[in-house]
Design a binder for this molecule. Structure first.
Ligand SMILES: [Fe+2]
Ligand SMILES: [Fe+2]
Length: 511
């Protein structure tokens, strides 16, 4: 794809084997605001085109070596240079030469001796056409970029980890001038985001050596900012209209004020985001405002989606917690037991290399492990003495009852498995199904050790509360009642690795 460049000074390559003619072109074109690059033969012409950005070629036909027709043909063959207009200059008026020139791809012809007025008129006209075709090309590139950006944004969208500031970095990366010769893009972008309270945070972006830099700006005068009070709007200002914009005086409040000089500007202003794109290397049109607007719209859409999904996730987490709390109202395990167990489970899950998704899910859903106790008579749950065999059998129904209560929702499969299997033991001595080894799902194996740790740390009718060290020893060495072979060796090893974190969780969340 050709690189499209706009500058205030169009650059014209003049190719002629006669140095005097080159001087004449220079004298004619430079005072009219054109920059002239000279080449004395076809080979040099090709070199100059490769070295410089060229907007138009004035090409002598009769040259020793590679002649003008051949130079023109080579320019038009190359996709990179094809849209540079070529005017051929010939002293021959023969129809054959013009046909040869058209076949080589030349846009126009001028006959020697040249007429200054004619040259200037044709140059001006072709440069206008070139600028239009460049704009069209630029718009095409922009549409492609916007589509690619949208695709990437959708593919990488994660509502939970969505971070609006880093998404804003991506937007700026799309629009900012990356190298010194991309004049169609803004040189500086300023972004404002609502901070805590009524203050906004303002960042200045600039690409330095191809790397995007973001700096927090200081505001000199702390008075209310009016720019984002209005409804959402997008405006553009060329240098002549800049003074009309209240944004310009706002920019002057940044410290040090003199560091930002504005030549033109597109601004997106709303109560949730402001973007000021400054110093495009060419005059602005409504098109530039639309490009910025469309990028911002994509991002704001994702922001609002993320907020809504996070709210639903919070409500889901709260409902799980509330249900788990309701179930333990008659139990001796109250207070923060269920929250601590969730945290221990996530420590082990992380330690044994489970995914982040699983680790987060088990932290939440482990809270429901004893939800089946809602059916266990309170006199059994609170009996201040050893349970009879019948009472213990009644107690042992809570895993199955729990699995029934949680039910079959796809979002609660871990909770259901945990409710059913958290009293199974690795050696097959657990309940309700006497599952053994890997027959017990991993979430059940993890919960078993987490629940045991917390039960040992707390006072029970049949035992005192143990300190961390005693609890660790009982789990890793056994006390006759709790034995190391009750636990999955991999889970036990993970417990040993994370034991200090278990202690931290307990201390932080003790009742
Ligand atoms: Fe239980
Ligand atoms: Fe428990």
């Amino acid at each position: 794809m050709e690189k499209i460049i706009f500058t205030a000074k169009p650059r014209i390559l003049c190719v002629d084997d006669e140095p005097l003619n080159l001087k004449l072109f220079e004298a004619m074109l430079e005072p009219r605001g054109y920059e002239v690059i000279k080449a004395e033969n076809g080979r040099e012409a090709q070199e100059r085109i490769a070295e410089h950005r060229i907007d138009l070629v004035l090409l002598d036909v009769m040259m020793p070596g590679i002649d003008g027709f051949e130079v023109c043909r080579r320019i038009k063959e190359d996709e990179k240079y094809r849209n540079i207009p070529v005017i051929m200059i010939t002293s021959l008026k023969s129809k054959g030469d013009r046909i040869k020139g058209i076949k080589a791809g030349a846009e126009d012809f001028i006959s020697k001796p040249i007429d200054h007025g004619e040259v200037l008129a044709r140059v001006n006209m072709l440069l206008k056409m070139k600028a239009l075709s460049d704009r069209l090309n630029f718009a095409y590139i922009n549409i492609n970029n916007l589509t690619a950006f949208g695709e990437e944004v959708i593919n990488t969208f994660n509502p939970i980890t969505f971070d609006f500031l880093s998404k804003t970095d991506n937007i700026v990366n799309q629009i900012i001038r990356q190298t010194s010769d991309r004049f169609e893009k803004p040189q500086i972008v300023i972004v404002g985001l609502p901070g805590n309270g009524s203050d906004w945070l303002w960042y200045q972006y600039e690409s330095i050596l191809g790397k995007l830099q973001r700096n927090l700006l200081k505001i000199g005068i702390h008075k209310s900012l009016d720019v984002h009070r209005d409804n959402r709007r997008v405006d553009f200002y060329n240098s002549a209209d800049l003074k009309k914009s209240e944004v310009l005086s706002f920019i002057k409040r940044f410290e040090p004020a003199s560091s930002i000089k504005v030549t033109n500007m597109v601004c997106y202003l709303s109560h949730e985001l402001c973007i000021l794109a400054l110093n495009y290397g060419r005059d602005l049109t409504a098109y530039d405002a639309s490009v910025l607007n469309s990028l911002v719209m994509q991002s704001l859409f994702l922001k609002s989606l993320s907020t809504q999904i996070k709210e639903v996730e919070d409500a889901f987490a709260y409902t799980i917690y509330a249900l788990a709390r309701a179930a333990e109202s008659n139990d001796e395990d109250t207070g923060n037991h269920i929250i601590r167990v969730g945290k221990y489970c996530s420590l082990i899950a992380k330690q044994i290399g489970m995914s982040e998704k699983f680790t987060n899910a088990i932290r939440l859903q482990a809270q429901m492990h004893d939800v089946g106790k809602i059916h266990t008579p309170p006199e059994i749950l609170k009996k201040p003495a050893k349970l009879t065999l019948e009472e213990f059998d009644e107690m042992k129904r809570h895993p199955i009852n729990g699995a029934k209560i949680v039910g079959d929702h796809a979002r609660l499969t871990i909770a259901k498995t945990i409710a059913l299997t958290h009293h199974e033991r690795w050696d097959g001595s657990g309940y309700p199904c006497k599952l053994k080894g890997e027959q017990i799902p991993i979430e059940g194996r993890i919960l078993n050790i987490a629940d045991q740790y917390d039960a040992l740390r707390n006072k029970r009718v049949y035992k005192p509360a143990y300190d961390h060290e005693t609890t660790r020893r009982i789990i890793t060495e056994g006390d006759g009642r709790t034995m190391p072979h009750h636990f999955d060796p991999q889970v036990l090893a993970a417990f040993k690795e994370t034991t200090s974190q278990f202690e931290e969780v307990y201390e932080k969340l003790r009742d």
